[in-house]
Design a protein around this ligand. Structure first.
Ligand SMILES: [Zn+2]
Length: 104
């Protein structure tokens, strides 16, 4: 039975090393599960705003040795995620430039 075989394959593929980021369908499922668990942006809530979270963010980035465990995840809105990522990797927030050459 094809279904059973793919189920067994998934079981064999588990558990994953903690720092490995999931890919494909399981990554999508994990993302949905995390956003259901924390549906509002954590940073916005801290500032007294209620914003829908759209991105499960790694508190310590995987690239800096963080794990992919739920304990290292906070859900953020897109805007806060961009801001946090900039901070974590030492980039300044991107400024969009209009056709007249001035920041928007
Ligand atoms: Zn936010």
């Amino acid at each position: 039975m094809a279904n059973q075989r793919s189920y067994q394959f998934n079981q064999m593929d588990y558990p994953l090393p903690s720092s490995k980021r999931l890919r494909g369908r399981r990554a999508v499922e994990q993302r949905i599960r995390r956003l259901r668990k924390e549906p509002l942006c954590r940073d916005c809530l801290t500032d007294g705003r209620t914003t829908e979270a759209t991105v499960p963010d790694h508190i310590i980035p995987l690239a800096k040795g963080g794990t992919d465990h739920d304990s290292n995840i906070r859900c953020l809105c897109h805007k806060c995620h961009v801001k946090r990522t900039s901070e974590q990797f030492g980039h300044r927030p991107r400024v969009n430039i209009g056709p007249d050459g001035w920041p928007i």
